[in-house]
Design a protein around this ligand. Structure first.
Ligand SMILES: [Mn+2]
Length: 287
């Protein structure tokens, strides 16, 4: 069931208590069309925020800076990365998770990081998460910000915690696990909140959100996913694009698609070969 029919009315009368939020230090993709349409069909507010701020030392912290700025204005926010797209517009998962979390007294909902084609996995993935305007969320943000990535790296055990990503995700897991806050977090199946391309088999509705993490050329990855399921590059069904008066569509033409494909074959090969060296260097640097 969608709330498509009365969303305009609800916008006019009361400010939604939940806001879907995305952003970074640049606008890379047209995911904002996808996010805005999902929000408008499910009674959520939507904000695309510019994350620049003082003292940001790591690109992952544009996210926490945006969360800090937007969270006070709502009861809940749903963070979604700019490289994550809704693929099933009929699922009302965000409202459903919030309702359940309120019944259970939880302050956050996040998905597990499923096994990637390269074998990487993680207990949580911070690409999509529901955060309540609750003292526990502020405590979590505070712990993450004052944590030292080296200390987190020392604490980290790959066999129990999965891949170390050198960013907010590691700091968040560390903060949740070492503070007792994990008891207030609900970890849901990736298919219900934040999934990956190889878990889609027959249709875009095989999972709720497709997260293009780990793609060498994300724009190409998005265009390939669109082509695979015969939908536009916004990954939004045509009837919804029409309904929301979206005129600019599928910006990547066939020439660019082909060129990016060639480049990916060439560079991807070299990059795959060099990756183990790069990881060793980064770990060495952090010691
Ligand atoms: Mn991402």
């Amino acid at each position: 069931m969608t709330t498509r029919d009365n969303s305009d009315v609800r916008h006019a009368i009361i400010r939604p208590r939940v806001c879907l939020v995305s952003g970074a230090d640049e606008i890379r993709f047209r995911s904002y069309i996808n996010h805005a349409i999902y929000a408008r069909t499910h009674g959520l507010d939507y904000r695309l925020e510019c994350g620049i701020d003082r003292d940001i030392t790591n690109k992952f912290f544009y996210k926490t800076s945006i969360i800090r700025r937007v969270l006070p204005q709502y009861e809940w926010i749903v963070w979604i990365d700019d490289d994550a797209y809704f693929t099933d517009f009929n699922r009302d998962n965000l409202n459903r998770f919030i309702e359940q979390a309120e019944l259970d007294g939880k302050f956050m909902v996040i998905a597990n990081g499923p096994v990637e084609p390269n074998g990487f996995w993680s207990i949580i993935n911070t690409g999509v998460m529901l955060l309540r305007n609750d003292p526990r969320t502020w405590q979590l943000l505070h712990l993450m910000e004052k944590s030292d990535l080296r200390e987190v790296r020392t604490w980290w055990r790959e066999e129990t915690h999965g891949v170390f990503t050198h960013g907010d995700q590691d700091q968040m897991l560390w903060a949740l696990e070492t503070s007792g806050l994990m008891a207030g977090a609900e970890i849901v199946d990736h298919r219900e909140l934040n999934s990956r391309g190889h878990y889609y088999e027959n249709s875009p509705s095989d999972a709720f959100v497709m997260h293009f993490c780990g793609h060498y050329d994300k724009k190409l990855g998005i265009a390939r996913f669109a082509k695979r399921f015969r939908i536009g590059q916004e990954l939004v069904p045509d009837d919804l694009l029409n309904e929301f008066s979206c005129r600019v569509r599928s910006p990547m033409g066939s020439a660019e698609y082909w060129l990016r494909g060639r480049r990916m074959d060439a560079v991807g090969h070299v990059k795959r070969a060099l990756r183990p060296l790069w990881h060793r260097y980064r770990n060495w640097k952090l010691r």
